[in-house]
Structure formats: C-alpha cells, structure tokens
Design a protein around this ligand. Structure first.
Ligand SMILES: Cc1cc2nc3c(=O)[nH]c(=O)nc-3n(C[C@H](O)[C@H](O)[C@H](O)COP(=O)(O)OP(=O)(O)OC[C@H]3O[C@@H](n4cnc5c(N)ncnc54)[C@H](O)[C@@H]3O)c2cc1C
Ligand code: SF4
Length: 234
C-alpha cells in the first residue's frame, strides 16, 4: 500500500488546559488521538491506516514543556522537543546518554518538531502493520515479519509472542538506563510508572507498546540524579 497523502476527516481539538484534554479523551475513548509534534501521527493519518474521530492537540497545554532541575534530578516536559533535549547543556553534562540518544533520532527537521513524549509513545515501526495488513497486532491471525523472508530487522529477540514488534523509540533505552519515571495523568488523577514498567512487549499486550490506556496523557519524565555520570560508551 502506498502513501496516499490525503488524511481522512477528523475533529481537531486544541485544549488550553489538561483537564479539558482529559475530558475530551474520556468523551471520545478509543476514537481519540493525542497529538504532540505529529511526526509519527501524520504518517498514520495520511496512509489512512489510523482514522481517529477526534485529534486532541496537546501543544496548548501549559506546563508540559521544558527541562527543569528538581530536588532529586530533572523533570522533562513531555512536549519538550528532541532538539531541546539533544542540545541541553544540563542534560549533555549530566545525563549524556539521553542527550546523545535524542540526537540520533531521525533528522534535524523531525527532531525540531518531534517531542520526547511522542518519541516514547509512538507505535511499532513494523512495515507490514504500517501498511495496513491484517496481522496479529491489527487483529488478524498471522505475522508477516516472523518468517525467514520477513523484513524484521527492527523487531525483538526476546519476549516475542505472535507479534515480534516492539517500541522503536531511540530514547527509551536511555530512559531505562537512567531509572526514569513517567508521569501520567487522566481524569482520575496522576500516577507514576517506572520506565522499565512503562514499555510492554507483545507478550503482555499485543496491541500496545506502553502501559498508556485511552484517556491517559504522559505529562513529564522524571530522572533521578543516581546516574549523573552516565555517558554513551560507544
Ligand atoms: C522519517 C522518520 C524517521 C524517524 N526516525 C526515528 C528514529 O530514528 N528514531 C526514533 O526513535 N523515532 C523515529 N521516528 C519516529 C517519531 O516520529 C519521532 O521519534 C518523534 O519523536 C515523534 O514525536 P512527535 O511529538 O512528533 O509524536 P506524535 O506523532 O505527535 O505522537 C506519536 C504517538 O505518541 C502519542 N503521544 C504523543 N505525545 C503523547 C503524550 N504526551 N501522551 C500520550 N500520548 C502521546 C500520540 O498519540 C501518537 O500515538 C521517525 C519518524 C519519521 C517520520
Ligand atoms: S511483527 Fe507484529 S506488527 Fe509486524 S506483522 Fe508481525 S504481528 Fe504484525
């Protein structure tokens, strides 16, 4: 299936506070799509593989950008761009592995718009699934990648279960290494999830790559000062 470049219609909402955003997510449930930089989302829409009814643009929600020092490390807003993270002196000096990982994502243009939240929440980059085939992850009864001829270089070695796709996020391994914590908000309140529990494989849920459920918004990422010396060693 080729890229069509014509998005199906959807209602675009631009909430100005997080309460309004979680209300909208509750209202539309599985038909809602949170939007950050759109670098992953717009491909899905243009290819017409994902057809949300309501797109909830998070960009106008205050307090979700920036890199701030806390009593126990740093807190990074989910809408902070990958360029800001890659170029942050604070992160480069103290959490070099994350700044370096962010600098390796895609291209400068994508890093200028793409956010850390979108990077870690993005869906699998399995080309079969992305082209709209009826594989296990899409509710079908086969996996096209898990064959001797399959294009599966982006897939997992461990904990595969029918599907062999996992998160493609370049920043995810750095956040695991740094013992980061994800801060998630929905209409019931705020919860924190350790990075090692945030990402899930197909053995846990074949339809998700993170623990996020409909209605959840990742608001920030907290990194403790435990590993301030951590630099990329390759
Ligand atoms: C050509 C190309 C190359 C790429 N190369 C790489 C690469 O090398 N490495 C890599 O890691 N990635 C890559 N990506 C994937 C991705 O586009 C970028 O990593 C980018 O960071 C996505 O961020 P975004 O803000 O644009 O996400 P969006 O497209 O806005 O969102 C992505 C997903 O996350 C969800 N989401 C976003 N923010 C939140 C939030 N705060 N709370 C809840 N859900 C949220 C959205 O609903 C959507 O499902 C590439 C993409 C393209 C198009
Ligand atoms: S690896 Fe997963 S997403 Fe890809 S074709 Fe197989 S079941 Fe579908």
């Amino acid at each position: 299936m080729s890229t069509k470049d014509m998005m199906p219609n959807f209602d675009l909402f631009q909430p100005s506070d997080i309460g309004n955003a979680t209300d909208l997510l509750d209202q539309y449930g599985a038909d809602a799509w949170p939007l950050a930089g759109g670098q992953d989302s717009l491909d899905w829409f243009k290819d017409r593989i994902k057809r949300p009814v309501a797109v909830i643009d998070l960009a106008g929600i205050p307090g979700m950008t920036g890199i701030n020092v806390t009593a126990n490390g740093v807190e990074i807003g989910a809408l902070t761009t990958l360029t800001e993270i890659a170029q942050s002196t604070l992160l480069r000096d103290n959490y070099g592995v994350l700044a370096e990982a962010a600098s390796r994502v895609a291209s400068p243009q994508i890093r200028n718009i793409g956010t850390i939240g979108g990077n870690i929440c993005q869906d699998v980059r399995c080309w079969y699934y992305r082209s709209g085939v009826d594989c296990y992850r899409a509710g079908g009864d086969t996996c096209y990648a898990d064959t001797p001829e399959g294009l599966n270089r982006e897939h997992c070695l461990f904990e595969a279960d029918r599907c062999v796709a996992v998160t493609p996020s370049d920043t995810a391994p750095a956040l695991l290494a740094l013992d980061a914590t994800m801060v998630i908000q929905n209409s019931d309140g705020i919860r924190e999830v350790a990075a090692e529990d945030f990402f899930i494989g197909p053995d846990v849920d074949i339809e998700r790559v993170t623990v996020l459920e409909p209605g959840d918004i990742l608001t920030s990422i907290r990194i403790p000062s435990t590993w301030v010396w951590c630099k990329l060693l390759f």
